[in-house]
Ligand binder design. Sequence first.
Ligand code: FE2
Ligand code: FE2
Length: 310
Amino acid sequence: MNLSTYRIDVDRYAKCIEVSKRVRWDIDQDVIRGRNFDFSQKFLPDGISKVNRLEFLGDDEKRLLSQIQGRTYANMFGFVERFITAKVLETTRDHWLGDQTALEALIRFSDEELKHQELFRRIEKMMADGMAEGYKFLPDPDAVAAAVLNNSSWAVLALILEIELFTQEHYKQSIEPEKNLSELYKDIFLFHWKEETTHAMMDELEWPREDSKLSAEERDRAVDELIAMVADVDGILQNQSKADMDYFLKLCSRSFTDDEVQRIKDGVLKAYRWQYIFSGVEHPRFQKLYNELTTEDQRRRVSAALATLN
Ligand SMILES: [Fe+2]
Ligand SMILES: [Fe+2]
């Protein structure tokens, strides 16, 4: 299928606009409401942080590890939203002179991601005020976004869909059902989730639309770009999990055996890989579209690359 024959699904973009208007929220009035984080509670639930696999940690240590991971989790969203906003604004170009419903839906999408970035910047300051000094969030959003945007739109939209699906999955499966979390932390991801539901819907419209422009050779190159970007994401996760665990170990009031230190480091890297890569790639909606848009040989290459991360 080529672009000239590609039909825009106006109804689905219209649905995104309707939902976007209905769920729209304000950072101060709806989300923060003058509250602060409750540091006597966990931030990330065990289903996401996987701290329960580290059975030798005490409750206070598990809570601290959940708060450090939770701080990085919030920062990771603010960070990926830099390239998501840029890419979505770029895709609007194809709709400037065409369907104005699609254009409005995508403009709302980018506006929401700009607001989310502001929310995550705001709460990083609040978390910093309540936690000991020494935490570092390493990746530079602009430098990474510049590198990501050098890739084809096909590869970047695949990465974005993966991210927006795991955002929803984590909230519904783990954050929403968990009772003992900082109330503000939980609410942030409730409100974030509300506006994220339409984003994945639009990714599912834009990725195949982009796909319809490519030749088989261009798509094959895009698959290699996607593989390389996942390797870059993994590099970021390795560095950040190491920084987070150095910070955690410094704050713990007791020492651990070498074997325990290794288990903490390996466990957190494994949790991060699940959080940011596998829980998105394995999502049924990602798999459905990915199977439609790729060949068996391409999927074999992706699987081989992912297998090195386990
Ligand atoms: Fe977002
Ligand atoms: Fe989003």
